[in-house]
Design a protein. Structure first.
Ligand code: GRF
Length: 200
């Protein structure tokens, strides 16, 4: 399966996918990496692996619809079977959703539907949650509201701050994402309402 991965930051989830794809039996390869900004480690990871990159910065477009169009076309040019949003910190637009409907996977650092949005780790900590984690889900028009595919739990330790907790979540998150993407790549997936089934 052909993967296009979207990133906005350090790209450790992307790296985990790139590493997994080195094994042909994984069944997928990262054909391009897209971002919403330049100068991020995620893009460097792609370049180091010889993977083509593209960037669509919101600030370079007159409005969100024009940005959405550019991101959609740049992604479609690589003909992905699956789009993986791995720390991509923008909400994709209507055109993007329509073009890749049911084929966009996102990873979120909290146990949805708890703590959606850009600060899932901070919000769980501030709330006093004793268990949090990560969620791999399909993307729909809401913010972190799409059908859940898999989740991993991570205990909150008394001494945790946002960084230490996020780091432990990311360890679970990377292997969960690699597992889910590989299974979808190899087996496909079925969506019935909010239920996502992968044969394996
Ligand atoms: C992940 O925890 C992802 O869920 C999020 O930001 C982090 C991205 O990490 N929202 P990286 O760029 O893959 O290292």
């Amino acid at each position: 399966a052909r993967l296009v991965v979207l990133v906005s930051g350090s790209g450790t989830n992307l790296q985990a996918l790139i590493d997994a794809c080195a094994d042909p039996s994984y069944g997928a390869r990262v054909v391009a990496v897209g971002s919403d900004r330049l100068g991020i480690a995620g893009l460097e990871r792609a370049e180091r692996a010889g993977i083509p990159t593209f960037t669509a910065s919101l600030a370079d477009f007159p409005d969100r619809a024009a940005w959405d169009h550019a991101l959609t076309e740049a992604t479609a040019a690589h003909d992905p079977d699956l789009v993986v949003s791995a720390g991509f910190m923008k909400i994709v637009g209507a055109q993007f959703l329509a073009r890749f409907a049911g084929r966009i996977v996102n990873t979120h650092p909290a146990l949805l539907p708890a703590f959606p949005g850009a600060h899932g780790v901070r919000d769980a900590l501030a709330y006093g949650a004793k268990v949090t984690g990560c969620t791999v889900h399909l993307v729909d028009e809401g913010v972190d509201t799409g059908p859940i595919i898999a989740q991993g739990a991570v205990p909150v330790l008394p001494e945790d701050d946002e960084d230490t907790l996020h780091e432990r979540i990311k360890q679970v998150e990377r292997s969960l994402l690699v597992d889910v993407v590989g299974r979808i790549a190899r087996e496909g997936h079925r969506i019935e309402g909010r239920k996502v089934t992968i044969p394996s």
